[in-house]
Design a protein around this ligand. Structure first.
Ligand code: HEC
Length: 163
């Protein structure tokens, strides 16, 4: 297992060709310091999420967001490595002034939960035109899915089949 995770991390690094260029808290790093690649790596309550449901919910997000670095930005910014990243800092994306004003924050599960409940209330003036997810379980599930997918899209697909 450790070997497998290591191989996956190398693959991600090669894909980014920028391994080690992020000194502060590598996005999505688990408590043990490894990359999040399975549900068991997630912090609570996300380790109890329904990843398959999260994958289904993420279809809504997919209209506007990719998690694959090579796919770049769509209507919304690319979400690869979004956790632990400051808001509005994805390269080559024209963010709203509102989100740009929030750069002191960092995207965590808890912040994303508030954002996804109602983007317009969390950040008046945002240009993420998405009504929000009313169901707290749906938010937990999609955030858990994204915690894995934002590191490794293939690992997220696998996690969704391992309920
Ligand atoms: C209709 C298109 C659209 C949909 C659907 C959408 N988003 Fe977004 N999203 C955006 C746009 C546009 C922004 C940039 C907002 C701004 O600049 O104010 C954004 C920003 C974000 C950010 C902040 C990224 C950063 O770099 O700071 C996150 C996280 C995010 N969206 C997650 C999601 C998730 C998860 C879903 C699905 C539940 C979703 N979005 C659905 C368009 C969308």
């Amino acid at each position: 297992m450790a070997k497998l995770q290591f191989a996956a991390v190398i693959a991600v690094c090669m894909a980014l060709a920028a391994c080690g260029s992020k000194p502060e808290g590598t996005a999505g790093a688990s408590a043990a310091g490894g990359k999040i690649l399975t549900k068991a790596d997630l912090p609570p309550p996300y380790n109890e999420a329904d990843i398959a449901n999260g994958q289904t919910i993420f279809i809504k997000c997919r209209n506007c967001h990719s998690v694959v670095p090579s796919e770049g930005n769509k209507t919304g910014p690319n979400l690869h490595g979004v956790f632990d990243r400051h808001p509005a800092t994805q390269a080559n994306f024209k963010y709203s002034k509102a989100l740009q004003g929030d750069k002191d924050e960092k995207w965590t599960g808890a912040e994303l939960d508030k954002w996804l409940a109602k983007p317009k209330d969390y950040m008046p003036g945002t240009k993420m035109f998405f009504n929000g997810l009313d169901d707290a379980n749906d938010r937990r599930d999609v955030i858990a899915y994204l915690m894995i997918a934002s590191e490794n899209a293939d690992a997220a697909k696998t996690a969704a089949t391992q309920q």
